[in-house]
Design a protein around this ligand. Structure first.
Ligand SMILES: [Zn+2]
Ligand SMILES: [Zn+2]
Length: 389
């Protein structure tokens, strides 16, 4: 078992204070300026001095390795909050009205800073770049980090999310899909309006829209491999505004979720094909727009193996637990995993006897003990991956 420093009492206090400060003053995506400054100060106080601002409100802190030529590893903590009014009753609850760290990114940012501390005290074989990433909640921060060049030359990247489905001390580090892609679609059906009493004079987009909503449900049930999870949800359906008028157009909008790149292509292309086919059946014209969201999060085999080894070394084999059901939510860490090896972990954050409160709930909070576990696990991931052949 490789050793490595653990947090001193003083470091634990400092990390806890950082996390509570970030929690108390949450900032929305692309507005994380106070957060950026607080993180810069915390890193400097922890002896990390090579810090650069990237991606508007993000940071990269570089910790040199001890072995020239060893693989460069990145660790990522996201830092933004959500437009939610906090209802946790915590003593360090949000003081920014209507904004809350309801996804635990205050903890993720603190993990990254904590990991930087451990690696500064005892460097890994390779250089480690600690990324503090803005704007995860709007799915845009990871792309900005990639565009900044901060990850050029990086061999593998690790990141993690707090999760109250798992108890403190449990960690998910497995290969394959972990979260879904998050594309959105909008379909406009163009018809011809007329009096509601004379449908023969109209090209009715309402009937076409109704049929299309049902037809779209067959993409997942009839076209997707039943062993793969997928979602096509119509969340918007708009047409007409008078009971005796057939309107000119109908609009549908929704979200498409898939867990592999192949399934993602299948779902979006079938949606497009079906919209045109159903429209043609009703003499309508379909205008389809699909906007790409985040890709599915797919952990590489090597990345997951390194992460699992890190967890085993730190916490023991019993800490590794299976994900269970795939999360059909999205996570922009997926953009990194499209470009390089790596692993996104779930870190248990439910205290003994606690409830399974979902992230994005105004009552969400991660158990604070998860703070030290996540930071230690991420630092260890960097050690294992940069020392790996
Ligand atoms: Zn979130
Ligand atoms: Zn999150």
């Amino acid at each position: 078992m490789t050793s490595g420093p653990a947090f001193s009492e003083e470091d634990r206090r400092a990390l806890l204070a950082l996390r509570r400060d970030l929690h108390r003053f949450p900032e929305l995506s692309w507005q994380e300026t106070r957060t950026q400054q607080a993180l810069e100060r915390a890193l400097a106080a922890f002896g990390v001095h090579d810090i650069r601002r990237i991606a508007e409100t993000g940071l990269v802190a570089t910790i040199p390795g001890r072995t020239p030529g060893a693989p460069v590893i990145a660790l990522r903590g996201d830092i933004d909050a959500l437009p939610i009014t906090e209802a946790t009753g915590l003593e360090f609850a949000s003081e920014h009205p209507g904004i809350m760290h309801a996804c635990g990114h205050d903890v993720h940012a603190s993990w990254a800073v904590g990991a930087a501390r451990l690696l500064a005290l005892d460097p890994a074989a390779g250089e480690v770049r600690v990324i503090l990433q803005p704007a995860e909640e709007v799915g845009a921060g990871a792309s900005a980090v990639l565009a900044s060049g901060a990850l050029d030359g990086v061999a593998a990247i690790f990141g993690a999310h707090v999760d109250r489905r798992f108890a403190v001390g449990e960690v998910v580090a497995q290969a394959g899909p972990l979260a879904a892609s998050t594309d959105t679609f909008s379909i406009v059906l163009h018809g011809a309006g007329a009096h509601g009493a004379r449908p023969q004079e109209a090209i009715d987009p309402v009937v076409g829209a109704a049929e299309l909503v049902l037809a779209l449900q067959t993409i997942v049930s009839r076209r997707l491999d039943p062993a793969l999870p997928g979602v096509v949800t119509v969340g918007v359906l708009r047409a007409g505004n008078a009971s005796n008028v057939i309107p000119e157009r109908a609009e549908l909008g929704g979200t498409i979720r898939a867990t592999t790149p192949e399934a993602r292509v299948l779902l979006t292309s079938e949606l497009e094909r079906m919209a045109h086919a159903v429209a043609a059946t009703h003499r309508l014209r379909a205008e389809v727009a699909i906007s790409d969201g985040t890709p599915p999060v797919v952990n590489s085999v090597a990345g997951a193996a390194w992460a699992a080894q890190a967890v085993r070394e730190l916490l023991g084999e019993q800490a590794l637990v299976p994900l269970g059901t795939t999360n059909m939510g999205g996570e922009d860490f997926a953009f990194y995993l499209e470009r390089m090896s790596g692993c996104f972990l779930r870190i248990g954050a439910r205290e003994a006897g606690g409830e399974r409160i979902a992230a994005h709930s105004p009552r969400f909070y991660p158990a604070e003990e998860a703070l030290f576990i996540g930071a230690s696990v991420l630092a260890r991931c960097a050690r294992v991956a940069s020392g790996a052949p």
